[in-house]
Design a protein around this ligand. Sequence first.
Ligand SMILES: Cc1ncc(COP(=O)(O)O)c(C=O)c1O
Length: 366
Amino acid sequence: MNYLDRNEFNFEPSQKVVEAIRNFDPKTLCFYTRIYDQGKKSVVSVRLSEIYGVPEEQVLLAYGGEDILKNAIHYYLMKDPSSESHPSELEDGRVARGLGAAKGDNKKILIPEFSWWYYNKVAAECYGTFEMYPLHEQEDTFAYDVDEVIDYTNRIHPRMLLLASPNNPTGNSLTPEEIGRIMEHIPDDTMVLIDEAYASFITSDTDYIAPLVNKYKNLIISRTLSKFYGLPGLRCGFGFIGAGHDHFVSYINKYLGYNRFSEAVALAALDSDDHYRHVADEMEWGRQLYKKALGDKPGFKVYKSVANFILIKYPTAIKERLQKALAEQDYKIKFMTDKGLEDCLRITLGRKEQTQTVVDTILRCL
Ligand SMILES: Cc1ncc(COP(=O)(O)O)c(C=O)c1O
C-alpha cells in the first residue's frame, strides 16, 4: 500500500538509525534508565538540550507530538493549580462551544480554523470551550493575520492559544518574528502552544527557539521525530517550555524513564540531519510536479506548501472516480472533509514515482 494520506515517510531511514536498531543490546531493556539519578529525564532530553540550547529542565518528552499537545491541554485547562479551573462534568458528557466551564474558570482555548482535527478533540476531552480564529486564503496560500490573532486573544483572553507552524492541512507557517510579536502583545497568563511538527521542513535553523522560550514563560513549542525524521512509528515527540513550569514538567515526565529502545533510535535520528535534509529537498520535485501538472487545470488550485504534504483544490465531480482509481493501484491520499475544505485533497509528498502515479491518476480521471 502507498500511504500518502497521513503525512508519513515514504523514504528510507538513515543509516545511523538502521545501525542503532541492529546494534541495540536487548539486555538494555532489562533495566530502567539510571539517568534520572543525575536529575535528568532521558539521554534524549540531554541531547535535545545541547542541540537546541534550552536547559534540560525545560525540555519535554512524550509519546509523539500528540502526547505533548494532549498533556499540555489537559493540564492547563483542567489541572493547573495556578488557575481556578476544576473539571466540571457535563450531564450529557457532551462538550460544545460555550459549554463546560464553571463560573470563574478559564477553560477557553483558541484554535486556528482549518487545523489538525485532534486539537478540537483534545479540547473537548477536557471540557474546554474552544473558539476558532480565522486563517485567510490569499492567492495560492493561507495565512495567519497576526494582528487579528493578537486582537482575538486579547478579546477572548483564553487559558490557551494554539498556533501551528506549518499548519496542517493548509501548509502555511509563522516566522520567528511573527511568533515574537504575538507573544509580546497577548496576556502573559495565556499559555501559548505552537505545534511545530512540520517546522524542520522549512529550515534547519532552530536558533530562534531558545531566545523565545527564555523570554516568554507562557510558551510551549512542540516538535516530533514523526515527520522530518520520518519515524512516526517510534512515537517520539519533544518540546520546549518557558521556565518556571515545574509542576507541569513533573506532570508530563515519566518517573521511571522513557523507552530505552526508542531513546537509542531517537539519538541516531537526531544525529542524521544530512540524510533527512536530503530527503526533504527531494520533496520539492513533487511540489513542482503537482503545480506544473495541475496548477492551470480548470477547478484546481495547488496551494503553496512548506511541509511534507500539499493541499490541492480539485473538481469534486471526479471524487468517486479518483477514489476508485487510486484504490485499484493501492494508493491512499486524504480527501478532506473539514468544513470549507471539502473540495480539497491533502497529499503526502512521497517518492518521485509515487507522485507521478498520483498525478497521472488524477489527470486520467478528468
Ligand atoms: C499538525 C500535527 N501536529 C502533531 C502531529 C503529531 O504527530 P506525532 O504524534 O506522530 O508526533 C501531527 C500528526 O500528523 C500533525 O499533523
